[in-house]
Design a protein around this ligand. Structure first.
Ligand code: CA2
Length: 169
């Protein structure tokens, strides 16, 4: 074959199996405080503990974990767009998102998820439906592929597994 012709990837090539596939886990405002106050609502695990749990689950599924937390709505929007671009490029399966209080207030987060065509599983540590009425509605749920609520921090592991299954296992 002449050098000038583009080389097509051989689908049986071992190079394909070396592709890194990322699962993003994105956390919203105040989740950096986990493990401190309100243990009766959120348990005693810290966000670093949650990251360790997610890393274990991602590794079991052969995924690379990209774990982040921000108190800024705009930064979360940027990260959702980044995750969407990774999925479009075949380098990511989607995102597990705990939007925290922005679940109940933000239009920008669901707009970003839809705009980026990002598969998202929404997770809440507490059972928001057992709590104050203002926590019963999430704008994110309408654009999420699935929602995991009330299982404590184990919910993150369930969400990663669910997202992985939804994306074809
Ligand atoms: O249950 C969840 O995961 C929430 O997303 C947590 C948010 C809350 O606004 C949502 O309604 C439900 C709050 C995250 C703040 O976490 C804290 C942890 C310890 C101390 C204070 C806040």
């Amino acid at each position: 074959m002449p050098d000038s012709l583009p080389q097509r990837a051989d689908p049986r090539s071992p190079v394909r199996s070396r592709r890194v596939t990322t699962v993003f886990v994105l956390n919203g405002p105040n989740l950096n405080l986990l493990g401190g106050r309100e243990p009766e609502v959120y348990g005693t695990a810290t966000l670093a503990d949650v990251e360790r749990l997610c890393r274990e689950t991602a590794a079991e599924l052969g995924l690379t974990l990209d774990f982040r937390q921000s108190n800024q709505e705009g930064e979360l929007v940027d990260w959702l767009q980044e995750a969407g671009a990774a999925v479009a490029a075949g380098a990511g399966i989607g995102a597990v998102l705990n939007p925290a209080a922005y679940s109940h207030t933000s239009i920008a987060l669901p707009d970003a998820i839809e705009g980026a065509r990002l598969p998202v599983v929404e997770v809440h540590i507490s059972n928001v439906h057992k709590r104050e009425p203002f926590r019963h509605h999430s704008y994110v749920s309408a654009v999420a592929a699935g929602v995991v609520v009330g299982f404590g921090v184990i919910g993150y592991q369930l969400a990663i597994r669910g997202l992985h299954q939804l994306r074809g296992g």
